[in-house]
Design a protein around this ligand. Sequence first.
Ligand code: CAA
Length: 417
Amino acid sequence: MQAQIGIHALGLAIPRRYVDMEALARARGVEPAKYTQGLGAREMAVAEPGEDTVALAALAARRALAASGIDRERLGLLIVGTETGVDHSKPVASFVHGLLGLPQAMRVYDTQHACYGGTAGVMAAVEWIASGAADGRVALVICADIARYGLRTPGEPTQGAGAVALVIANDPALLAIDVGVSGAASSHVHDFWRPLGRREAQVDGHYSVQCYLDAVSTAYRGWRRRAIDRGLIAATGGLASERLARLCYHVPFCRMARKAHVQVRRCDLEDAGAPWEAEVEDAAALVAHGVQVEPSLGLCARIGNIYTGSLYLGLAGLLDAQAGSLVGQRIGLFSYGSGCTSEFFSGVVAPDAAAQIAAANIAEILAARERITIPEYERIMVLPPTAPLVPWPSNASDAGDFRFVGVSNHQRQYAGR
Ligand code: CAA
């Protein structure tokens, strides 16, 4: 039997400040239900300049390695998936490698394709191990980003920031990935992009939703065909997507996951020759969404979009809430990167998942945050990205974090403690 490969441990890092979405809606003269129900957002992480992509990535990685119990000398590969890097040439991965003092004898690089960059890293790591090239070593994949659309833009309530680091290894303690069983979909579209030199993304919001739905249809169908061929799910007797205990989608805002799930069910129905009756099916999809998707949205609703890490934030929230009851069950995962490329894949929850996810201390990390007012959020948003040298905030509770402290001789400087 082939050894299992997948996500062994996970570490989360988020900014220490957040805003309440009802307060943001009121400040923008918008009915709060539009943000809380229409988009599904409760809170949104706010990163200050010291909490840049590198600082968040390094903290998440340190936490993942601590939770993994794996000797860092076994690391052979470090990949950071990001679309908000800090240099045109030097990868975020290189900064993280230095900040954590990781072994010299390893491969270190970034991957980029909008929010898909993290999954590009996960797939490269899994296939590196499956090919035998890893030779017993393990990989660290970090998904880290700061999502910015700007004040008073339609995208404003879908911002966020954070990093999820994943240790990818044989005999994983969290999720064994179905290696080689995935479906991809790509198209050259301008739904969301960020021209060189700009901090804020450009986005054609409603078109981006449609691009996501087109992509999930093709990617899901590709996965479904391979999953049936490999005997992972039955070809007949009900909707194929209902064979998955849970589904985690890329979550730019929580309501997008519901739209995606309706689309996946529609693919199943139409491909089986059944008519799509919107009213009947929307009601059925709502029930299915409540069981199969909603449990993965708790963390996303409190942090916002973290781009590359968004899918894995959903996975972390799901396992934190339900790992004990999902052992041995298959979950589907959909990663979408604007531009666009995407992948639907799956994995089986490992027997030790509940104990392993507890080591990520997710509730404690969330509880350490500070809620800020809308004027304070607006002040932070217009700070220049090259932060002045500022002291650690007096309420900083994490003794293991990192901080961008400024630029010297064109080199970014970090403090860690
Ligand atoms: N009560 C309840 N619901 C309400 C409401 C109210 N008072 N008012 C409005 N709503 C609902 C609307 O009906 C709508 O729901 P449906 O889509 O289900 O109909 C929802 O709230 C949003 O309303 P609008 O469409 O009018 O909102 P908007 O025009 O301001 O823009 C957006 C929404 C397009 C998502 C915008 O926030 C945006 O551009 N966000 C950034 C782009 C994005 O996230 N795209 C997602 C796909 S691309 C991707 O996934 C990659 C990535 O990470 C960026």
